[in-house]
Design a protein around this ligand. Sequence first.
Ligand SMILES: [Ca+2]
Ligand SMILES: [Ca+2]
Ligand SMILES: [Ca+2]
Ligand SMILES: [Ca+2]
Length: 452
Amino acid sequence: MKLRASRSKSLGLVGIGALTLAAWTCPTTVPASDVTGTVSFQGQVSFAAPIAGIALDDMAVTPALTAEPTGNGEHCDVLAVTSDFADGLGAYPDGGTVSAQVTISRGGPNPPDGTCVLTLRAYGNDGASVSARGFVTVAVSVTDIQTSASVAAGEIVARGSKTIAGVDKLCMKWVKKQLKLRSKCNYLLLRLGPDAVLKCKDAGLEPLNCDNGDYVPGILALAHGGTDQQVNPGAVTNPIDTAVLLDQLKCQKFLGKAATNFTATRTKLVQTKCIVPAGDTRTCRDARTKDAAPKLTLVDNCLGDQMTDIMTGLLVPDMGDACAATCVAAGVIDKRCVKSCFEIQLSEASDGIIGDLPECGNGIVQQGEGCDDGNLVDGDCCSSICAPENLGNQSCGIGGCLVTIGVCEAGEPATCEPGTPEVEGPMGDETCSDGIDNDCDAATDTADSSCN
Ligand SMILES: [Ca+2]
Ligand SMILES: [Ca+2]
Ligand SMILES: [Ca+2]
Ligand SMILES: [Ca+2]
């Protein structure tokens, strides 16, 4: 099982580490060498497993508003994006464009020569509680930007998630425990062979609606690649030659720990710090990614590079294609690249577990929204920022049937229903002298024929 799109061999992944210069190092204005252009994308969206209520043409593909540079000291900025839906077979764009206006800069007279790594996100929902999400990273060169090229992106594999963010305590506990235990189990099986399955533990039954998109197995697959024993424990019939490959095995363990610790930490931080009224923003979640990033330094503990075990034929250490394809060349692991790749991949997986960011205008009332009428228009009871509006009162009916209520109720237009007419009369009855048009026929008391 793969966490994400695997056709990433052509994609470059990144070191994050843009150099920040203090202002005083640039005493004079330098000629601008920035390169700006609008790159458009085409590609394919698919589902890891069918998701009830969501079809491929419900999926909209949108470039993220941030991009990472690969060149030292360079910057990539996304100035504007356009979004489009996939067609019935998952191909995008479908009639419109998926594009990003990008500037790559180096801040000096020399033109930039690196690439920008952009993230394309695919998202759709069933209009209620279930969503589908996926992403892919795509490298865009200076030439692509300069020529406003059309770039083919790898396949976006979408998984199920929740439209309303947040997981309960039981789920959080299960995720954390399961990641830890299964990662440990993977190491035990590699080191000791299939008999170690007896030592393997499991966090128990997954709580209901906890990981419907199977992000947890996806994370383990990303951390362990071809050595992942989760799907078929005991597939390794012989233990790995620990004498020869001890460093490699330890490295595998660190990759697992780094990935699982990072994910558990980020998921918990997002839950406690971002899932609060009006607090769940991309900025908040990105900040939690940075808070959890130190967990990924465990990757640095890896000694040695990839080797193939003679007995089992397994490549150790290994990781999912999404990172292996870009961060391992001729068996040499680029640890900085692995950390960056894990950070991107696992943040998206953590968002998959926790659920969607609120988006005003998607028709679903989410965290921090008082209403969501599916548009970004003011004056229709639910404002352009998804706050219920007060548009004064409305009245209907006459006489005893007169009803006055708010134009809006709880962010939706309210329908005024006149009261029910009562009997007025006959003559002598108190309803003929109460000053009220009880039967709502526009004639009050003695003016009403029923009182005569
Ligand atoms: Ca919403
Ligand atoms: Ca509105
Ligand atoms: Ca009356
Ligand atoms: Ca009357």
